[in-house]
Design a protein around this ligand. Structure first.
Ligand SMILES: O=C(O)CCC(=O)C(=O)O
Length: 254
């Protein structure tokens, strides 16, 4: 299977709507390998992961990991060479119309039964003004996803709203932040394993909690325009929370 090349229609759709679903993008063998590394993280999550929705009532040792947040790059030495990574950069660059560099990835695992939504947010709200119009994210679920187990939801044309005010999510002590959106413009994106969603760094998006009996696993891949220089010039709501280790976000593109 060859990786798809962005068509003129896909590029126009992304620029108009701020997101795009690409069907049957990543071959099964690559997804299986990626999932295998994510499973290793799950086995050792106390050492290798943060809880992105760390309950304010829980101690560090008692985190319930309602959203496991880590990175397959921590455990997969050759991840940079993988075809899917190169494809994400090429496809994302075509969508944004800027040459991108891979920046960092995150494994985001939602356990069955006790997870929470990843509330509405814009990636630029985390990254700061350095990334103004300079970021794209490619989100890879490792199983079929729908609104029952944490698929992506986007605000249609939300990349044109500027950066919205964000606040810390109530009841959590991680760096999770959220914003208010007009849900009349919400688009729900149920997709299959192998499909990928892309979104602009200003597009408000969220994923629902996992209410199915198996883990919801996803790898999100953040890319930035070459020369953007990494996150910086932060907004006032930016939080930094340490959870034993803090290597999740390289300052420079890798
Ligand atoms: O997978 C999730 O729960 C959220 C992912 C996300 O917010 C992102 O990829 O930017």
């Amino acid at each position: 299977m060859n990786y798809p090349v962005a068509s003129a229609e896909q590029i126009a759709f992304f620029r108009e709507h701020g997101y795009l679903v690409v069907e049957e993008a990543i071959p099964k063998a690559e997804l299986d390998m990626l999932e295998g590394f994510c499973d290793r993280i799950l086995e050792e999550k106390e050492r290798l992961a943060k809880d992105w929705a760390w309950d304010a009532k829980e101690s560090l040792d008692d985190r319930s990991f309602r959203i496991v947040q880590s990175s397959p790059s921590f455990v997969w030495k050759d991840i940079r060479e993988q075809p899917y990574r190169k494809w994400l950069v090429a496809f994302g660059s075509a969508l944004l119309g800027k040459d991108l560099a891979f920046w960092y990835d995150q494994f985001l695992g939602k356990p069955p039964g006790k997870s929470v939504p990843t509330d509405w947010h814009q990636d630029e709200a985390y990254w700061g003004r350095n990334l103004d119009e300079k970021g794209v994210t490619g989100w890879i679920p490792l199983q079929d996803v729908d609104a029952e187990n944490g698929c992506m939801h986007f605000i249609d044309r939300g990349h044109r709203l500027g950066v919205l005010p964000h606040t810390q999510v109530e009841g959590v002590q991680s760096d999770l932040i959220h914003c208010e959106v007009d849900v009349k413009d919400m688009v729900v994106c149920p997709i299959k394993r192998g499909d990928v969603t892309f979104h602009h760094s200003k597009t408000p998006h969220m994923t629902t909690a996992n209410n199915k009996p198996r883990w919801r696993k996803a790898v999100t891949n953040h890319m930035q325009a070459i020369g953007a220089g990494g996150e910086g010039d932060h907004y006032p709501w930016k939080l930094t929370v340490h959870q034993g280790f803090d290597k999740l976000r390289p300052a420079k593109p890798v």
